[in-house]
Design a protein around this ligand. Structure first.
Ligand code: HEM
Length: 196
């Protein structure tokens, strides 16, 4: 995926190889009952969501911005104030992530970038991409919990294009599974070697 978004390195040589293989990921898909139908519904969602990315981000950022213990992770270590440059830079990559999730193109580059996103939430790489001095790690418990608002608040956007409620249900289910699988992959740096 080539874009001009600063710090978005999906597909570039600087992204490390995922410690998981594509076969390992196939097992995660199998275990999460994620199949071809989910891929089809994610791709259907792309056409609907692609023109609504900014409005979706407004909702998600509205939630994080109005929840002090979440906004905390975007604050400077020095003065405990929200870093608006950091918020803005991450927002651009988050917007691209919406499209990437809906693309559902699971190749080695995608798997490698999942590892990268996990590292960027963890102290190993947090703050490095945007060169900021914010709090050093996002606690895993909130990453897991945030799946709920992210996939719940998507529904009104999925409904915008006049698809049947059955299609909307299936798109939302596919999103829930995709976000779950990504968050599973992102959790790896948080887990002791050999336990993931
Ligand atoms: C970065 C999604 C949970 C704070 C990102 C990025 C995405 C993302 C797509 C940009 C990745 C890139 O650099 O290309 C998500 C999703 C979550 C989640 C889908 C849960 C399901 C959280 C939580 C927080 C958070 C709970 C806490 C407020 C951040 C921060 C960054 C970031 C601070 C920038 C990290 C860095 O310094 O590079 N997130 N996130 N995220 N997210 Fe999350």
């Amino acid at each position: 995926m080539t874009t001009n978004i600063p710090g978005y390195t999906y597909g570039s040589a600087e992204v490390a190889k995922s410690p998981l293989s594509m076969d390992d990921f196939a097992n995660i898909k199998h275990a999460a009952l994620f199949g071809d139908e989910d891929v089809r519904y994610l791709k259907m969602s792309r056409d609907i969501l692609k023109d609504q990315v900014e409005q979706i981000l407004d909702v998600w950022y509205g939630f994080v911005g109005s929840t002090p213990f979440l906004l905390h992770y975007f604050t400077n270590k020095s003065d405990n104030q929200p870093n608006t440059d950091y918020l803005g830079a991450v927002r651009k990559r988050f917007g691209q992530w919406i499209l990437d999730t809906a693309n559902a193109n699971y190749d080695q580059d995608w798997l490698n970038y999942q590892y990268e996103i996990g590292l960027r939430h963890h102290s190993i790489k947090k703050n490095k991409t945007d060169n900021v001095d914010a709090v050093p790690i996002i606690n895993l418990r909130y990453i897991l919990a945030l799946q709920v608002p992210i996939t719940t608040t998507l529904r009104p956007f999925l409904e915008k294009d006049g698809h049947s409620s059955e299609d909307v249900d299936k798109m939302q289910d596919a999103w829930r599974k995709s976000v779950l699988m990504q968050v599973i992959l992102w959790s790896q740096p948080y887990i002791h070697e050999g336990q993931f």
